[in-house]
Write a protein that binds this ligand. Structure first.
Ligand code: ZN
Ligand code: ZN
Length: 231
């Protein structure tokens, strides 16, 4: 695949856009497929002939980084699912500039989902119904699923609740985990290990990737994390 895969051009594991891009390139070389969540929800591939990598992007901080990550994926022909917040302090998904980004992502074949953070006590189902409609309006197409922002804080939503609110899937469901190895870079730390290792081993992967980290220095990552925790 050209110069970047020559031994001398090896990018060390860590939070850099170059490492992220290299991981995707190597996965493509191995024949990986990149389904979106809605595709898998509609048509489970089980243990397919070829390995697949489910890429989940939680847009916690800003659409600016989401767009940059998407640019890398577009260049390589990889697709993923971006989960968008409607209650973030840091960005407004309904701002004109945000809607332009969301529209662009959807047009390029990315799936958009809701990064939900329900407020206890006030008609949870109604909140989800309303937020789904708002995001649909912003994106201009159907929103099939949701992923919960900071699940420890925001709790888990009963299965029938999100279904009754019109969603077809919740990204934490077992069906997305079964037969896949999960890795997440929440808190600027890959757990249990960077998804590059899972891809190297040819495993089926579910990687939760937060766009912001790939352009953040460790010092700024600490600040971003404490801001997010204070929201
Ligand atoms: Zn890595
Ligand atoms: Zn989140």
């Amino acid at each position: 695949m050209g110069g970047s895969d020559e031994p001398g051009a090896d990018v060390p594991c860590g939070f850099s856009a170059a490492h992220y891009e290299q991981n995707l390139r190597r996965a493509l070389d191995k024949g990986y497929r990149f389904p979106t969540f809605a595709e898998l929800a509609d048509q489970p591939d089980g243990a397919g002939v070829k390995p697949s990598c489910l890429l989940r992007h939680d847009v916690d901080v800003s659409l600016k980084w989401a767009r940059r990550l998407a640019t890398i994926e577009v260049k390589l022909g990889v697709r993923s699912t971006f989960f968008i917040r409607l209650r973030a302090n840091g960005y407004n998904a309904l701002a004109r500039s945000s809607m332009a980004v969301l529209w662009e992502l959807a047009t390029r074949g990315f799936e958009i989902g809701l990064h939900a953070e329900p407020q206890e006590g006030t008609g949870l189902r109604q909140q989800l119904v309303a937020e789904r409609e708002i995001l649909q309006m912003a994106v201009g197409r159907e929103i099939a699923g949701l992923a919960i922002h900071r699940p420890k804080l925001n709790g888990e939503l009963a299965d029938d609740l999100w279904r009754r609110a019109g969603f077809r899937y919740e990204a934490g469901e077992q069906r997305f985990n079964s037969g896949r190895n999960f890795a997440s870079d929440s808190n600027y730390l890959w757990k249990p290990e960077c998804f590059c290792r899972l891809l190297e081993r040819g495993e089926n992967v579910y990687a939760c990737v937060h766009p912001v980290w790939y352009w953040s220095k460790p010092e700024s990552a600490g600040k971003i994390l404490s801001k997010l925790r204070a929201e």
